[in-house]
Write a protein that binds this ligand. Structure first.
Ligand SMILES: O=C1C[C@@](O)(C(=O)O)C[C@@H](O)[C@@H]1O
Length: 240
């Protein structure tokens, strides 16, 4: 289970990190596009370490979600965002960095090199907030992440009906059988709830649940997510 941090300033983030860590997620995601100081690189790098300390050392995923993929609008251009990700990798405060695979390949390569150099796991992601592409296209995105050198592939879509949800799960299952790297997938919104609860059964490695606040539509509170995941796991491990 991963819980996002979405506070706007440093005191808010440190308080959020401590409070959300106490809910028992396996890792935290700092959604830095919500942070008002995103343009101050040194402050972001130091804050990442401080967040990790405030969370008692829980693994930290650093994510800037672009506006076109469902994030907050920010004043930085993409070159500056890639430079920020590289600086954060070098700063030693984060365990994983999420970068969207659709950006300029030169930026993807630069973030990948920094992640490799500093022992940070690279998540290459794609989010469709408008709809759900066909299964082959979804598989293509997951394969693209692997081909670009990701350590983890991530895919989020917005389903319009349960057929879209099935397509996301089908792509997840097929990719989990063939990709050389782990993947994370989810369908967002109310229709996608089943993917947050049962995605693991189809090969998704992580489910996002809300701590103090959600970072995307459809995230359920961590405590409810844990109940659902536990029930399903128990049922799937039952022998008779
Ligand atoms: O990519 C994801 C998944 C997500 O979009 C979700 O739907 O839970 C939430 C984001 O914060 C995260 O970066």
């Amino acid at each position: 289970m991963c819980a996002p941090l979405v506070a706007h300033d440093a005191p808010g983030l440190l308080a959020e990190a401590a409070a959300v860590a106490a809910l028992g997620p396996d890792l935290l995601e700092w959604r830095v596009d919500f942070f008002e100081g995103i343009a101050r690189t040194g402050e972001v790098v130091e804050l990442a370490s401080a967040i990790k300390r405030a969370a008692g050392g829980l693994p930290l995923l650093f994510t800037r979600r672009s506006a076109r993929e469902g994030g907050q609008p920010i004043a930085l251009d993409e070159a500056a965002v890639a430079a920020l990700c590289r600086a954060v990798c070098a700063g030693g405060g984060v365990d994983l960095v999420d970068y969207e695979m659709d950006h300029d390949p030169a930026h993807v390569a630069a973030v990948r090199e920094a992640a490799r150099t500093h022992g940070v796991g690279l998540v290459l992601s794609f989010h469709d907030f408008q709809g759900t592409p066909p299964v082959e296209a979804l598989l293509g995105r997951l394969r693209q992440a692997a081909a670009l050198g990701a350590d983890v592939a991530k895919l989020a879509v917005m389903p319009r009906d349960m057929g879209d949800v099935l397509n996301l799960l089908s792509a997840t299952w097929q990719a989990s059988q063939s990709l050389p790297i782990p993947l994370i997938s989810m369908a967002m919104g109310p229709l996608g709830a089943v993917t947050r609860l049962a995605g693991g059964a189809f090969g998704s490695a992580l489910s996002f649940g809300a701590g103090q606040a959600a970072s995307a539509p459809g995230q359920m509170p961590i405590a409810e997510l844990r109940q659902g995941l536990t029930l399903l796991q128990r049922a799937m491990e039952r022998r008779a």
